[in-house]
Write a protein that binds this ligand. Structure first.
Ligand code: PLP
Length: 369
């Protein structure tokens, strides 16, 4: 199989698995236990917290582990004060849009922040938002479909000058581009392990010390009392190791992914009627989303699957009832064009030979269509 869907999930790195195994086999103690067997486990969690804090330039005390990016996003939105208005961008992941709609149903006024044709939040949108004094604004750092990277540092600077709390979903940015919680200036930031060659079911919320986090889970007081439940120790250890590797190898990974992306985009240029979405915008080095005029994205996905190639399409059919991607719609892309979308997201294991093979197979399939 040629796996080209790393924004959906990544395979676990062998070094990550090696780091995790002792905590599944040997060190099974409860990290809250006071005896030595428990303290060893507690110390492994502390190490992982430090590794994750280092990769995103935060203090370890500002970071709690969650069950994934989805929980971190839900937890961030839960900080909203009762009846406070809030805003999210038009291109957020469902783990923001769904809890946002739920909050709206509970009486919070919700503003959707428009993006332009390049998928970027505009200065005008922020100008309009500030006088509304929302209690929280959530804008993702890098989009999972298009790979478009927002200038969060600049946007946050403007919002923070008006004392507005800012959250960013950095799930897709982590491990692909340099990430600094401090420099971004946000109050809350969500991360996920399985996008960086760590295990699934683990994530983190990074928060500034002044943020009043309202726990979704109450119980045994774990994670500073902000996220109760016995820690998923092996996964946390794995997330920490994956973060350490991402930090050490970032420059090399970034350069390699960018070369693959450029090679792909050059090859795609020879396919008639093909357009890369947000093609001229600052994007993640591993992500290319394109559409071919008149070629249905889901049909093409299935044909590629039969050739042993795994890609993603723009319309999450099962969850959206066949509707085209809201991200592309927000960028002003017509439904007809959005239904042609195919997303390629490279990862560590992909090779130049795979890129060539993909382009060749795609060209043949498109000619047959
Ligand atoms: N945010 C973004 C941008 C994502 O791409 C994803 C996963 O696809 C999530 C959040 C959810 O993360 P998790 O799968 O860890 O719950």
């Amino acid at each position: 199989m040629i796996y080209l869907d790393h924004n959906a999930t990544t395979p676990i790195d062998g070094r990550v698995l090696d780091a995790m195994l002792p905590f599944l086999k040997m060190f099974y103690g409860n990290p809250s236990s006071l005896y030595r067997h428990g303290r060893i486990v507690r110390s492994a969690i502390d190490t992982a917290r430090g590794q994750l804090a280092a990769v995103c330039d935060a203090d370890a005390s500002q970071l709690i582990f969650t069950s994934g990016g989805t929980e971190a996003n839900n937890l961030a939105l839960a900080t909203l004060a009762p009846q406070s208005p809030f805003a999210i961008s038009a291109i957020e992941h469902p783990s923001i849009t769904e809890p946002a709609q739920h909050l709206k149903g509970m009486g919070h006024a919700l503003t959707i922040i428009d993006v332009d044709a390049d998928g970027l939040v505009t200065e005008e949108a922020i100008d309009k938002l500030i006088p509304q004094q929302p209690g929280l604004v959530s804008i993702m750092l890098a989009n999972n479909e298009t790979g478009v990277i927002q200038n969060i540092e600049h946007i946050t600077g403007r919002l923070k000058a008006s004392n507005i709390t800012v959250h960013t979903d950095a799930v897709q940015a982590l491990g692909k581009i340099p990430l600094s919680f401090r420099r971004l200036g946000v109050d809350l930031m969500s991360l996920s392990s399985h996008k960086i060659y760590g295990p699934k079911g683990c994530g983190a919320l990074v928060f500034s010390k002044s943020m009043p986090i309202k726990p979704l889970l109450r119980g045994g007081g774990q994670e500073q009392g902000l996220r109760a439940g016995t820690e998923n120790v092996a996964a946390i250890v794995g997330f920490g190791k994956a973060a350490e590797l991402a930090r050490a190898e970032l420059a090399e990974r970034n350069g390699r992914l960018l070369r693959l992306r450029q090679m792909l985009e050059q090859g795609l240029g020879s396919i008639p009627g093909l357009a890369v979405f947000a093609g001229h915008t600052n994007r993640l080095p591993n992500t290319v989303q394109f559409g071919i005029h008149g070629v249905d994205g889901e049909m093409l996905l299935m044909k590629l699957d039969r050739k042993g190639i795994a890609v993603s399409s723009g319309s999450a059919c099962a969850s959206s009832g066949g509707k085209p991607s809201p991200v592309l719609s927000a960028m002003g892309i017509t439904d007809e064009q959005a239904k042609t979308a195919i997303r390629i997201s490279f990862g560590e294991m992909n090779t130049e030979a795979e890129v060539f093979e993909f382009i060749n197979i795609l060209s043949v399939l498109v000619n047959q269509a």
